[in-house]
Ligand binder design. Sequence first.
Ligand code: MV4
Length: 448
Amino acid sequence: MKLFEKVLIANRGEIALRILRACKEMGIKTVAIHSTADETSKHVRLADESVCIGPPSAKDSYLKMSAIISAAEVTGADAIHPGFGFLSENAAFAQMVEEHGITFIGPTPQHITMMGDKITAKKTMIDLGVPVVPGTEGAVNVDNAIEWANKIGYPVIVKATSGGGGKGMKVATSDEEVVNAVRLAGVEAKANFGNDEVYMERYLRRPRHIEIQVVADTHGNAVNLGERDCSIQRRHQKVWEEAPSPALAQDQRRTLGDIVNKAMKKMGYRGVGTLEFLFEDGQFFFMEMNTRIQVEHPVTEMVTGIDLIKEQIMIAAGHPLSFKQEDIKITGHAIECRINAEDPETFAPSPGKVIAYHTPGGFGVRVDSHVYGGYVVPPHYDSMVAKLIVHGKNREEAMQKVKRCLDEYIVDGIKTTIPLHRMLVDNPDMRKGDYDIHWLEKHLKKDA
Ligand code: MV4
């Protein structure tokens, strides 16, 4: 079976470089697109061709569908990889790409749409036998809010149907609060997503965020690559991810994995995907499914030995998966530290010129980054500039490796969150793996 001749990478920064590297190893030519703010970016220099598609503002460049499709047509690209963020979960874009005779490296527009609507996503998962957070089966409004909340039991959380990432969420603990929570969540949802529809769930007080990586091909095969624990986050931005989760027992992993594989097969899912769960008191509750490659995919790659970007490309070209579930063995432990160009105490963005840049190295060490000495971090985009990923034979070794690597890492000229990670790796709770989704924010408050 044929692969692609030329892939256009519809993204920037470290993920554009990550995709470019996979393409090169597969003998596929690459096209970089970039805004005027990213002319000096590493993926632009390393690509076979590049097209400037607009000014710095993402809405006029990385989000501009017509400009991206034109760039693909002009360069003769036969596939587009959307990366994450930007247009990666935009069904209209996936559809438009396919209508131009170009392959979208990702799921079908139908599956993107289905999972983008959080009520539909939950309904779908219930029908497929996946355990979900108990809640309303459809939308709630100010008139039925109290009735639903009493059926579910307090505390409850109100979420936007078109949401995700925490915007438009409100917690209520009583009849007095719940009507207002529904009203406020609706207003926030309208402002952020252009849709005021909201739904309600039982609020879990101290869960962990555990997500399962799945891979499915167009021949009916679906395999899961285990979980990632992403509980260490601040304001819904993940900071530290690891695999396997320190909180899971092997039988819990196996049981959920089997459920997820069956669900993906029944759905006819295609591509890579992630099912997000809350995990509390030994129970899993589905929240959302992401239909893109995720920032934290490297931790899964490190413990499975599978290159997820290459798999995405192979699946899009119609190849069957090269492995079965029985072939997947989770080996050792991987940790990813997201390094942002931010003040480590105030988290204020810190764009600017990187004067000196020295990355750690050695056995089991991987740095995914587009930064180089002399690179100027532009102020227009996400502040993540590097991911330090380590792999050790067990969690203790991985922690020691993180610590050693952070001590080796030098970034001069801009502020980064490296000191935050130094604090994390030395913390006794973190050493034990004893944390939940609120741990980091509570810990930062204590220090302030
Ligand atoms: C929840 C929850 C507790 N109970 N749902 C936040 C982002 C969005 N994807 C869902 N979120 C949550 N949903 C129920 N029923 C707590 C959160 C939550 C959270 C979840 C994962 C990681 C970090 C979080 C931080 C605050 C709240």
